[in-house]
Unconditional design. Structure first.
Length: 230
């Protein structure tokens, strides 16, 4: 058995769910992996980066890993709000508030799900998804935890009211989202009294090597267990 499989306890499969309302006009499809166990389960919103769902297999691996820990994992296709599959860097600033608004509506629909414990909801975001996770948590004090994989510093973070414990994972050699973003996010959150854990991986870029991936996954699972339970 692959070491990552043994460590993370992979179970389940990423299955397409029915559209959930992201706004009155635009539905968003949410893929879902049910966690093991009975009763209402804590949930994790898994947010993709600017590549959208083009690397779906990688996100499926992450969703299965988290579901294996007892969480229901929800993977929203939030680019559907703006009608695209990938995001160009030049348009991220303009479309960011629209994606954030769509995801806020997704969260509200998730909270109404009778199989989910609405008091235990976390967000794990990759790159653009990491920034969106930080923005959403700064606006919604009910978010229980945030894990940001090499996410950039969102402009609206300083004006929000972040409270959710946050884990920041970043590579020191990231050329797309320079590591100073992680350092500034950590400083801002600590200044607000938010519990923060940061791991900077020497020599890693925008996307981790196998060894760094394994370490980041292990840290993420431990962090979520501490703040969300399982």
């Amino acid at each position: 058995m692959d070491r990552r499989t043994a460590l993370l306890g992979l179970t389940g499969a990423l299955v397409a769910g029915s559209p959930a309302a992201a706004s009155a006009q635009t539905p968003v499809t949410i893929d879902r992996v049910e966690g093991a166990g009975r009763g209402r389960r804590p949930a994790i919103l898994l947010l993709h980066g600017a590549d959208g769902i083009t690397r779906r297999a990688q996100y499926q691996f992450a969703a299965n890993a988290l579901a294996g820990q007892g969480y229901t994992v929800l993977f929203p296709h939030y680019f559907e709000v703006t009608g695209e599959q990938r995001a160009s860097f030049g348009e991220i600033g303009r479309k960011y508030p629209v994606w954030r608004g769509g995801l806020a509506s997704v969260i509200e629909s998730v909270r109404k799900d009778p199989a989910i414990d609405a008091s235990r909801l976390a967000i794990v975001g990759i790159s653009l998804g990491g920034a969106l996770a930080l923005s959403l948590a700064a606006r919604d004090g009910r978010i229980g935890a945030v894990v940001s994989y090499f996410g950039f510093l969102p402009e609206d973070l300083d004006g929000g009211r972040p409270r959710a414990p946050t884990l920041i994972l970043h590579g020191s050699a990231d050329r797309i989202v320079p590591v100073r973003n992680a350092q500034r996010i950590e400083a801002l959150l600590r200044g607000r009294g938010v519990p923060v854990e940061t791991q900077i991986y020497p020599g890693e870029g925008h996307g981790f090597s196998q060894a760094a991936q394994l370490d980041a996954a292990t840290r993420s699972v431990a962090f979520l267990r501490r703040h969300l339970g399982a």
